[in-house]
Design a binder for this molecule. Structure first.
Ligand SMILES: CC(C)(COP(=O)(O)OP(=O)(O)OC[C@H]1O[C@@H](n2cnc3c(N)ncnc32)[C@H](O)[C@@H]1OP(=O)(O)O)[C@@H](O)C(=O)NCCC(=O)NCCS
Length: 169
């Protein structure tokens, strides 16, 4: 029987590595994410981010991104979701953005999913133009607008990447 998706995190993602999330790392990442957009602009509480990262949800695999001995970001993958995984959270802290790590993470997620899954999904804030452009460059297409999903007055965009799986599943 094949291993479940995302059970072997990569050790070289453009010079970074994914490791299983632990409580102490979640306690660093929660406040750090709350200080950057999109969470800062929505005034999203650090405590909620930390609680999300620390929660034990068997449907979500959460990884910290480690780079040069530092905590560089986070990847959280919900699977199964909608005929394919949902990239629930992908974030690099500012010092670690623009080094190809986010792209390498998406490539790994796609490689893992491509043999058996029909889709990849992600949601990003409509104001987050950098992230929208990033996902579009990686083959995601906007498929829906989700007004007031997180907070009133903020719209989120659902994006889908179609994979080439031909089997029914
Ligand atoms: C959006 C985000 C996930 C992208 O991850 P990233 O690691 O910064 O992205 P990458 O470095 O892979 O790619 C971004 C740009 O960096 C540049 N880049 C890629 N590899 C690089 C390298 N080795 N050295 C320098 N620059 C590089 C590229 O120019 C790339 O632009 P392109 O897509 O036009 O080619 C990240 O910037 C982020 O976390 N932002 C804040 C949180 C957020 O918005 N998350 C997503 C929505 S919740």
């Amino acid at each position: 029987m094949p291993a479940p998706l995302f059970s072997t995190p990569p050790t070289d993602l453009a010079g970074a590595a994914l490791v299983a999330m632990d409580e102490a790392t979640a306690a660093i990442l929660g406040p750090a994410l709350a200080e950057i957009d999109p969470w800062a602009r929505m005034d999203y509480p650090a405590s909620q981010l930390m609680a999300y990262l620390q929660a034990n949800d068997p449907a979500v695999r959460k990884f910290a991104i480690r780079r040069d001995g530092a905590t560089a970001g986070v990847v959280a993958l919900r699977h199964p979701w909608l005929k394919g995984p949902y990239v629930e959270l992908l974030a690099l802290l500012p010092d670690h953005q623009g080094h190809g790590i986010g792209s390498a993470a998406l490539d790994w997620i796609e490689r893992e999913a491509a043999a058996t899954q029909r889709n990849l999904w992600v949601v990003t804030s409509a104001f987050n133009e950098g992230a929208l452009a990033f996902y579009r460059r990686h083959g995601f297409e906007p498929v829906g607008r989700l007004p007031d999903l997180v907070y009133d007055g903020f719209e989120e965009i659902l994006l889908r990447k179609r994979l080439r799986v031909s089997s029914k599943g």
